[in-house]
Design a binder for this molecule. Structure first.
Ligand code: GLY
Ligand code: MN
Ligand code: MN
Length: 469
């Protein structure tokens, strides 16, 4: 082997991602035992001691023949045990003096591990310290039958694991001997989702660090896509670079199917075909985010193929950006959750009136039934974000808008969509087939909103400087 060949081999591989990812902050530490134990304690603080909590994980699902979908465990189980392998179940019960948390997991199995990957096994999972007891998943049914004889209230989300549902049904509907003899056994079945959702809605510092990192990776993946040269570009090339960036940056792959729509496709809210040519001068809308440590990021950027906004595109973009900034500013502790939506709607309507696209008064334009804003802005301005991209948490507890608290994370994603193809409205020709959405991930704090995805540029001048010619 020549000296030159050896030299080139000792140089790290150069990829299109190196430049954009070089300032990626270090990955946060894994969740601490104290963090996970605190989550468990918050949940059990509200439970009576005769409760048995069962947290099933979904089974792997078949994509085709013997190929499975990429496995994703239950967010609730991950939240409460920091455990995400398939063939698992979490539980919590009170032993008379304290709450005991347990996990059933896949046991060590050399042959299976040779084929499928290493496992921590029953003892290894116990050593992590996140739970008090661990068992083989093969012993799960006997364990659950035994636990069910001691509890009178069962917290179980049904329809995740049919076998577990059946165990509980039998224990509740058939007169078991222990129930007859000792007066114990389940009589109440409750879904724990709402209780867990209340906890998941308020993110801890460690969770925020994970979410910030997910957003940092996604932001750089978007920038890598922006830099691609425009010649011969297809939506799929952009999708490949964004999703490649997620993995390159250390993420777990997309948190939801990526939306990459150029030109008219940007006017379709959940467009996922992602396989049309990108024409120079068209705006492309990319709505894509990675998952990291189970946590979703959710970023949308809209920018012109070739790097120059037209005048009409600039006018629309400026309105959406102003609406987005106003909505972010409204993410304040004590504000109702829909304050950002109302701010975004107001700014969008004012902008469209000024452009002559809406010829109603502001009040008329905002009317939920007859207002014309809905023609061009037909979705909400955001949603909770966390372990799920559309995260859990009731928006209107008791019918009243929830008030924002420090630690809540939500997206802010106003847009305008002028689909000239629509038969229901006539689109102003100057703005035909322009679709623009700008989406960031926002943490509510006592010191005001913090944009977790702020590493992704959104000012028009910055985008024009970055986007490939
Ligand atoms: N990508 C889904 C959403 O923005 O809500
Ligand atoms: Mn999105
Ligand atoms: Mn979103």
């Amino acid at each position: 082997m020549s000296r030159a060949t050896l030299d080139s081999m000792s140089t790290p591989a150069q990829t299109m991602f190196d430049e954009v990812f070089q300032d990626l902050p270090p990955a946060p530490a894994p969740f601490s035992v104290a963090e996970v134990r605190a989550r468990q304690a918050r949940l059990t603080a509200g439970l009576s001691k005769d409760t048995l909590l069962l947290l099933p994980a979904p089974h792997e699902s078949t994509r085709s023949n013997d190929v499975h979908y990429r496995y994703r465990s239950s967010s609730d189980l991950m939240y409460l045990t920091d455990w995400s392998e398939p063939e698992s179940m979490g539980y919590a019960m009170h032993d008379g003096s304290t709450w005991v948390w347990g996990l059933c997991v896949q046991p060590k199995d050399t042959l299976k591990e040779i084929w499928e990957g290493r496992r921590l096994g029953v003892e290894g999972v116990l050593n992590r310290g996140m739970v008090d007891r661990t068992h083989s998943i093969h012993d799960r049914d006997d364990l659950v039958r035994d636990l069910l004889t001691k509890a009178s209230r069962v917290l179980l989300r049904q329809h995740v694991d049919a076998d577990l549902d059946e165990l509980v049904r039998v224990a509740m509907t058939e007169r078991s001997r222990p129930r007859q003899q000792f007066g114990t056994g389940p009589v109440v079945l409750e879904d724990p989702s709402a209780r867990i959702a209340e906890l998941r809605l308020r993110k801890s510092d460690e969770e925020v660090a994970m979410m910030r990192h997910a957003a940092e990776i996604s932001a750089r993946a978007h920038v890598a896509a922006m830099k691609l040269p425009s010649s011969g570009l297809n939506e799929r090339h952009l999708q490949a670079v964004v999703e490649g960036g997620f993995v390159y940056g250390g993420g777990d792959g997309w948190a939801y199917p990526s939306i990459v729509g150029a030109g008219v496709n940007a006017t379709i809210l959940h467009y996922t075909v992602n396989n049309e040519p990108c024409n120079k001068g068209d705006v492309v809308l990319i709505d894509a985010g990675t998952e990291y440590a189970g946590y979703a990021s959710d970023i949308t950027r809209s920018w012109p193929i070739g790097g120059r906004f037209s005048d009409a595109q600039r006018e629309v973009y400026a309105i959406v950006l102003e609406a987005q900034k106003a909505a972010i500013a409204a993410c304040q502790v004590g504000a109702p959750y829909n304050a950002p939506h109302e701010e975004a709607r107001r700014v969008l309507a004012e902008g469209l009136i000024e452009l002559g696209i809406i010829s109603q008064t502001l009040e008329e334009a905002l009317d939920p039934e007859h207002g014309h804003l809905r023609r061009w802005y037909m979705h909400n301005t955001g949603h909770w974000l966390g372990l799920d991209v559309h995260d859990v948490g009731v928006y209107r507890p008791n019918g009243e808008p929830r008030v924002l608290e420090s630690g809540m994370v939500l997206t802010v994603e106003p847009g305008l969509y002028f689909g000239a193809w629509r038969p229901d409205v006539s689109c102003p020709p100057r703005f035909a087939d322009i679709g623009i959405r700008i989406e960031d991930d926002v943490l509510v704090t006592d010191a005001g909103p913090v944009v977790l995805s702020d590493a992704c540029p959104k000012e028009m001048d910055d985008l024009e400087a970055i986007v490939g010619a």
